[in-house]
Design a protein around this ligand. Structure first.
Ligand SMILES: Cc1ncc(COP(=O)(O)O)c(C=O)c1O
Length: 379
């Protein structure tokens, strides 16, 4: 099998798996317990918090662990909005955000919060100038993702951050696809909130990260015990949190080489497919992009059929994000780029990661070409 859907999730790193295993077996203590088994769990959580903080230029006190990126995104948007109850409240986001952001914003609209969904240009980039124009006197929060999960486009977050800082507006970036893959530094980006998820950088599923700049208060999303300094109740997922700490450290250490290696593999894949199918189109930006992700449009054929035929040959790719695939709707991201419904439905996403090797590229190209030809009845 060739797994080329690392934007959906990644295989856990072997060494990270070894580090988390003890916390599922002999070190199974509850981080809130006062005896040594619990204290050891608590220490492991705090070590992971320091590892995550160091990786994104934050202080450990600014990191909270959640059940995933979706929870962290919902939390920021819901609870910042909650802070401004009884006041006019406006949120700006983009049309290409992950569903965990968009659906939270839709829920806010039902409770009378005004939301602007900014358009993107044909490459999927948000223009800082459009944000400036959209700001209202009561704009309290802007949420723009750092890297898009379907097309890999990387947004000008530092530029937007500077603008919003000068206006005193809170800024959240969903960095789930970026952390561990491209350099991320919360100060350089001038963000107040940043969210990430361990399973996107070879950690375990079910552990999310919320960075919240110190001095900013939000209420908990989950109420109960005093875990996570009273911000996020519930017995901690110690093994998952440990995986986040080691996986982020490992990804950052390998980032420069991995970035080069994955970019070269994506370049070779695109060139190889283009050689056989000249009409293939890259959806998204060619310059500002994640190293390992590309979205390709095969006009005239169904992306879903392509994906299934590739699967039959042992190659895993996707048609859109894992959260929306299975629905017979064109991707909201691709429609926002200005593609027609038919064009949007002709796309597949190829995303390489840590465990892909350059010798897989040739197979991906030939299997993609065979599937395309079969659908068109060329051979
Ligand atoms: C950009 C983006 N944000 C948020 C999420 C949600 O993260 P999680 O799967 O940890 O809930 C994903 C996952 O696909 C994503 O790609």
């Amino acid at each position: 099998m060739i797994y080329a859907d690392n934007a959906a999730t990644t295989r856990i790193s072997d060494s990270v798996f070894e580090k988390m295993l003890p916390f599922l077996r002999e070190q199974y203590g509850n981080g809130s317990s006062q005896y040594s088994l619990g204290v050891k769990a608590k220490r492991a959580i705090e070590q992971a918090r320091r590892q995550v903080a160091a990786a994104i230029g934050a202080d450990a006190s600014e990191i909270t662990f959640t059940s995933g990126g979706s929870e962290a995104n919902s939390w920021v948007i819901r609870c910042v909005a909650g802070t401004f109850q009884n006041e006019p409240m406006h949120v700006i986001t983009s049309a290409i955000e992950h569903r965990s952001v968009l659906n939270t914003c839709l829920a806010l609209e039902r409770s009378c919060v005004e939301v602007t969904y900014l358009p993107v240009n044909t490459k999927g980039l948000v223009e800082a100038a459009d944000i400036k124009t959209a700001i209202k006197p009561y704009t309290k929060l802007v949420s723009i993702m750092l890297a898009n999960n379907e097309i890999g486009t990387v947004q000008p977050i530092a530029e937007i951050g500077r603008l919003l800082k000068s206006k005193g507006i809170l800024f959240h970036t969903d960095a789930v696809q970026a952390v561990g893959h491209i350099p991320v530094d919360v100060s350089r980006l001038d963000v107040d909130f940043l969210t990430a998820s361990a399973h996107k950088f070879n950690g375990a599923k079910g552990t999310g990260i919320l960075y919240k700049r110190s001095g900013i208060d939000i209420s908990p999303l989950v109420f109960g015990g005093e875990q996570e300094r009273g911000l996020r109740a519930g017995t901690e997922n110690v093994a998952g949190i440990v995986s986040a700490g080691f996986a982020i450290e490992e990804s950052i250490g390998a980032m420069a080489d991995e970035s080069e290696r994955l970019s070269a593999m994506i370049k070779a894949t695109v060139e190889g497919i283009k050689e056989k199918i000249p009409s293939v189109r890259i959806n998204g930006d060619s310059a500002y992009r994640l190293p390992g992700t590309v979205n390709l449009g095969f006009d005239g054929v169904s992306g879903e059929s392509l994906m299934h035929l590739l699967d039959l040959k042992g190659v895993c790719v996707s048609t859109s994000s894992a959260c929306t695939s299975g629905k017979d709707e064109p991707s909201h991201v691709l429609l926002a780029l200005g593609l027609s419904e038919q064009q949007a439905k002709s796309a597949i996403r190829i995303s390489y990661g840590r465990y892909n090797t350059p010798d897989e590229v040739g197979t991906v190209i030939s299997v993609a070409y065979d599937a395309y030809s079969k659908i068109l009845g060329i051979r």
